[in-house]
Design a protein around this ligand. Structure first.
Ligand SMILES: NC(=O)c1ccc[n+]([C@@H]2O[C@H](COP(=O)([O-])OP(=O)(O)OC[C@H]3O[C@@H](n4cnc5c(N)ncnc54)[C@H](O)[C@@H]3O)[C@@H](O)[C@H]2O)c1
Length: 404
């Protein structure tokens, strides 16, 4: 065990824990750190506190063999990895663009915590999705905490795994690795090549940070184009899905599918990191973000209009079923979900029930089984879950997710 390379991973969430479990099964001695005592206790029993296929087996084997242990405090290591959240500040907005401001406090806190344990020759890695410049801020924090940063290596390698496939993608995906200097880039790339089978691509820390933000902004901008088309086509009485099918027959056109907005904790969040630091110059990225957010408001208006029409025709307010709450089909993740936002907003003024086959309960919304949901006067399809059958869609129903 003493000959094993030691790695201390800050943050035992969806990124940190799978990485810890993988490395522990690949010959590293892993010390996992979290501020959440429940997570630590669960991991130390060889169990998991998050849902991810195959992760339970990796964690069980790693803990049983003694190569993975979790703790509230960091420990001396050869490598330190930071995989903590990077959310927005609550109620803080950029003065130029009135856009959300990223919060890197978790990264700074984790950096301060590892500082007393960092020794010469250590490699410090940032994996959290971060605003451009964060890796250098981390280096400054370490310096202020008394670490001689000339004798260590500091680099960023953004994570691009897909939840549900994390254990495979951690190994197979190509990785971008960028250090605060050339020697840090080389050292970090050498580490990733010990377990990554995809290509390990070397660059600078700033380019690596921007690469991750660009990937998610690319998706957001392209979905915004589809969402904008869906609004235009509705005015023109054109079936947007037929239109997209036809235009995509062009050999160099690939329009994405519209939906009821954009959700999840990456694509609907990370483009704001660019907007925040661009002094009003990230016009298209900002416009796309706002277009995708506006799509949810537009959906709400369409549903309210349909309800109003029903009441006028029938002399009574309709019952409405919102079909789907998750941010994309066939998952249980509600983070930043436009379907959740729409359902909550509608239930303030309308008689709303919700069908979400992937979760058991919700603290605010009334969940009903699919067959009961179908009895509503109007069904609004927000997420194209596999369970929803196109054969059950009535003329009066509204489809915002391409079920029809
Ligand atoms: N989940 C994904 O699919 C995914 C994909 C790519 C990138 N990312 C990025 O990776 C980063 C981590 O995301 P995640 O999904 O693992 O988050 P998560 O919320 O699942 O896990 C983060 C963990 O860090 C812990 N933590 C917070 N502050 C800490 C501190 N100071 N010291 C130690 N632990 C601390 C939290 O308790 C939590 O358990 C984010 O920047 C995210 O944007 C996530």
């Amino acid at each position: 065990m003493d000959n094993k390379r030691k790695i201390c991973i800050m943050g035992m969430g969806y990124i940190g824990l799978p990485t810890a479990a993988l490395l522990a099964n690949r010959g590293y001695q892993v010390h996992g750190v979290d501020v959440n005592q429940h997570a630590i206790d669960t991991i130390n029993r060889g169990e998991i506190h998050i849902v991810e296929p195959k992760l339970d087996e990796f964690v069980r084997l790693a803990v049983q063999s003694g190569s993975l242990m979790a703790n509230i405090d960091p420990a001396e290591s050869d490598i330190f990895m930071i995989a903590v959240p990077t959310p927005f500040h609550v109620n803080k907005f950029n003065k130029t663009t009135n856009s959300p401001v990223p919060n890197i406090d978790f990264i700074i806190d984790a950096t301060k915590k590892i500082a007393p344990y960092v020794k010469p020759d250590n490699l410090i890695l940032l994996e959290s999705t971060s605003p451009v410049g964060t890796t250098n801020i981390m280096a400054d924090v370490l310096k202020k905490e008394g670490v001689d940063i000339n004798n260590i290596f500091i680099a960023h390698s953004p994570e691009r795994v897909l939840p549900g496939h994390i254990m495979r993608e951690l190994i197979e995906n190509d990785r971008v690795v960028g250090g605060i200097n050339n020697k840090s880039t080389k050292k970090a790339a050498e580490f990733y090549r010990t377990f990554v089978e995809g290509e390990v691509l070397e660059t600078t820390a700033k380019t690596a940070e921007m690469a991750k933000l660009t990937e998610n902004s690319f998706r957001d901008v392209n979905i915004a184009f589809a969402n904008e088309l869906s609004i235009l086509c509705d005015d023109m009485d054109i079936d947007v899905r037929e239109l997209i099918y036809l235009t995509n027959k062009h050999p160099r056109v690939n329009v994405l599918n519209p939906g009821c907005g954009v959700g999840g904790h990456c694509i609907s969040v990370d483009p704001w990191f660019i907007v925040d630091s661009a002094n009003g110059k990230a016009k298209m990225i900002e416009r796309a973000r706002r277009t995708n957010d506006y799509k949810a408001e537009w959906v709400i208006e369409k549903i309210k209009n349909q309800a109003f029409q029903f009441e006028r025709d029938n002399g009574m307010a309709p019952t409405i079923s919102c079909m789907g709450l998750a941010f994309k089909p066939n998952i249980d993740d509600l983070r930043e979900s436009p379907a959740l936002y729409i359902s909550e907003k509608l239930s303030n003024s309308l008689n709303v029930k919700v069908v979400e086959p992937n979760i058991e309960s919700h603290h605010f919304l009334q969940l009903v089984p699919y067959l009961e949901g179908l009895k509503a006067d109007i069904c609004v399809y927000l997420v194209a879950h596999n369970q929803f059958d196109i054969a059950n869609v009535k003329e009066i129903d509204l489809d915002f997710c391409g079920l029809k």
